[in-house]
Design a protein around this ligand. Structure first.
Ligand code: CMP
Length: 139
């Protein structure tokens, strides 16, 4: 089915001018960028977005990293968009990511891993609506 998923190009990607290279991977693989904005997240926004991880040991570092520079917030749309995006990203830890995936090719570390993508359709809905109004999504 045609789905929408939520994506973030993280501060390590914007810092190294990799947003076009990563978007090219999405677009070559059947994902259309139907909403996109470059923003500097506030601490409150980053903490709210990652609230499910707030008990994890890495939460503070994760939030600091996500506000260390601009990010690009995106809605990707296409056939099986959520699962397809996760295949294209590869494993969270770039050392474990399959060759050819975005994280294997571009990520610096498990924290500076270049991209975030929703891990379920339910979370995709929640994450999209955290950052985008329906009127900002143009398919
Ligand atoms: P993301 O998909 O954005 O969701 C949570 C993020 O926490 C994850 O990608 C990683 O970049 C980051 N992270 C940092 N340290 C760890 C860790 N030890 N285990 C899992 N995720 C981590």
């Amino acid at each position: 089915a045609i789905e929408r998923t939520f994506s973030i190009l993280k501060p390590d990607a914007t810092r190294r001018n990799l947003t076009g290279a990563i978007n090219a991977v999405f677009e070559k693989n059947g994902l259309s960028i139907v909403a996109q904005k470059r923003v500097q997240l506030t601490q409150a926004q980053a903490e709210g977005f990652y609230a499910v991880h707030k008990e994890r040991s890495f939460f503070g570092e994760l939030v600091s990293f996500m506000i260390s520079g601009p990010v690009v917030l995106q809605v990707l749309q296409g056939e099986n968009a959520m699962a397809r995006n996760r295949e294209l990203m590869g494993a969270t830890d770039p050392k474990k990511a399959d060759a050819g995936t975005i994280r294997a090719e571009f990520a610096e570390s498990i924290e500076a891993n270049s991209v975030h993508g929703s891990d379920s359709l339910e979370n995709a809905k929640t994450e999209i609506s955290y950052f985008f109004a329906e009127t900002e999504i143009v398919a």
